[in-house]
Write a protein that binds this ligand. Structure first.
Ligand code: GLY
Ligand code: MN
Ligand code: MN
Length: 533
């Protein structure tokens, strides 16, 4: 009890901040430096870009969620500690005492905080290990060096409208955000759609203003939460270019730009370098092996949580640091819930189990789905649906080649599913339906839905191909199809030549899955004591 009081007091003083500072076997300091240089090359003269690492999120009372860095911040730095900020200048600037084209602010070393939450790199560690030259403790933000609004034409950041919630662990971050917002004249308006609309008005010449008024009208229909925005409404309802000019001139002044940086990061992160591909391939391989081991271990009577646990245990055996996203294990009708993460069905029997899980390896995440019959054998309807999804997926994977339009994968896979559903009599030909309600592909990388563009595919892009069919109970078709949910998801590397399936180790055909499910598992003989409570 005494220890609890002491613990609470100390936690109040130091906050709870998680530990891992950087990956020793991940991307190198030199690699991250090349990414900063690539961004600098894209920046207009006399500008600066700023990246804030994620805030710490409180879970319950004294305990926070496991910390996960912001993926753009990590991409640029390799640094994983909270309360850190990176600034990149478009060119080297002379601050009197020193010249710098980038600066990073970090947490100070603090023996008491480190006793609770693990080692921090501090200023010297960030210099030595991460290779930054100009490193300051975060309390120096705004002081060393002094930055002035008038010294820059533009300040680039990502959207900062989310704010930082209550935790004391975020005090330094909150202070830096506040100071940056003053420096950049960041809009007080906290609706990102309004900010985007103002930026559009601000950058529109008078002769094009009627067109932009129309664009804003459509935007207002799409985002009803800007319906009451007076500036936008005045611009849309203005009856002459002069009136629109007046609205533009009355806009609040700002040098903050919240769009350009996001677009630049989309471009930089879309094509993976060989170093990234190596890490991604490892995350995917581990996840595929998890699927294999579950296929061997799965049997009727298991729970969704147990299956989730086997996947995640396998990843931990390989040393994966995290899950890439909340694991989805949905049996029967639960498979129809696309982002089902409760995984609370016990005693699964005679059902398909949809398993969409991805390990994270040194920051990079996999995203692999397999759907298996818990009994070890697909029934007739399950097999028909499964093979239709597989046919669609194979056609999608075949399209993962340089030069193919991203959207083509979605178009072709959907057409195959539509035709197949009609052939099976589940829909009438040409009928609109909701049995495949999600997109087929997304980029994969540091984020499970990674940054990237949607034009022609380029070598080095990694994307998922994941068609699915979900037939919830009560659907307008023969009840024999009800509660069948199948998704098959693989992670594909686009190259100069053939598509490379990084998740190929996880069986995908009906025959291969059924064969794998016949094999013994180490878990078959592992029993735990009965608990009769
Ligand atoms: N696991 C989320 C997705 O497949 O997009
Ligand atoms: Mn996916
Ligand atoms: Mn997935």
């Amino acid at each position: 009890m005494k220890r609890k009081v002491l613990t609470s007091l100390l936690i109040l003083i130091v906050g709870v901040i998680s530990a891992q500072t950087h990956f020793e076997d991940g991307l190198s300091a030199e690699w991250h430096k090349t990414r900063r240089e690539a961004l600098r090359e894209r920046m207009a003269p006399n500008t600066m870009a700023i990246f804030f690492n994620n805030s710490v999120k409180n879970r319950t009372n004294d305990v926070d969620y496991v910390y996960h860095p912001d993926t753009d911040f990590f991409y640029m730095t390799g640094f994983r500690e909270p309360n850190s900020v990176l600034i990149i200048f478009s060119e080297e600037r002379d601050f009197g005492d020193f010249k710098a084209d980038e600066i990073i602010y970090v947490q100070n070393r603090d023996p008491r905080a480190e006793m609770w939450n693990g080692k921090r790199l501090g200023v010297e560690g960030v210099k030595d290990i991460l290779g930054f030259e100009h490193v300051f403790v975060n309390s120096e933000f705004g002081v060393t060096p002094k930055l002035n609004t008038e010294d820059f034409d533009k300040f680039f950041s990502l959207d900062l409208s989310n704010g930082v919630a209550g935790s004391r662990s975020n005090l330094a971050l909150r202070k830096m955000l506040f100071q940056y917002k003053e420096l950049s004249q960041y809009p007080e308006e906290d609706n990102p759609v309004s900010i985007q609309a103002y930026e559009l008005i601000r950058t529109t010449e008078v002769e094009n203003s009627a067109n932009v008024a129309q664009i804003l009208g459509r935007m207002r229909q799409r985002f009803p939460d800007i319906e009451d925005d007076e500036i936008i409404n005045n611009y849309i309802s203005a009856t002459s270019p002069e009136e629109r000019l007046k609205v533009k001139e009355a806009l609040p002044r700002t040098k903050a730009d919240v769009q350009t940086l996001a677009q630049a990061m989309d471009v930089l992160r879309e094509v993976k370098t060989p170093e990234e591909i190596e890490l991604l391939a490892k995350a995917v391989k581990i996840s595929a092996i998890g699927q294999v081991e579950v296929m061997k271990a799965a049997k009727e009577g298991m729970s969704e949580r147990e299956i989730q646990g086997i996947h995640e245990f396998i990843w931990k055996r390989y040393g994966s640091e995290e899950i890439g996203y909340p694991s989805i294990v949905g049996a029967g009708h639960n498979g129809c819930i696309l982002h089902y993460v409760e995984n609370d069905m016990s005693n699964i029997s005679k059902r398909l189990v949809l398993m969409d899980l991805g390990a994270e390896w040194r920051g990079y995440t996999a995203d692999v789905t397999r759907t298996i019959p818990i009994s070890g054998e697909f029934n007739e309807e399950e097999e028909l649906i499964y093979n239709l999804v597989l046919k669609s997926q194979e056609a999608g994977i075949e399209l993962c080649r340089a030069g193919v339009e991203f959207g083509e994968i979605g178009r072709v896979t959907r057409q195959i599913i539509n035709e197949g559903l009609a052939e099976l009599g589940i829909i009438k030909e040409g009928e609109q339906h909701n049995y495949f309600p999600h997109g087929t592909s997304h980029h994969l990388g540091l984020d499970v839905h990674d940054r990237g563009g949607y034009g022609p595919l380029k070598p080095g892009v990694v994307l998922t191909v994941e068609p699915g069919i979900y037939i919830p109970e009560g659907s307008n078709c023969d009840p024999k199809w009800w509660n069948i949910a199948v998704r098959i998801e693989d992670d594909i590397l686009v190259t100069e030549g053939e598509p490379v399936n990084l998740s190929v180790d996880a069986p995908r055909t009906v025959a291969a899955i059924e064969e794998m499910m016949k094999l013994p598992s180490a878990l078959d003989t592992w029993t735990l004591p009965e608990i009769n409570q």
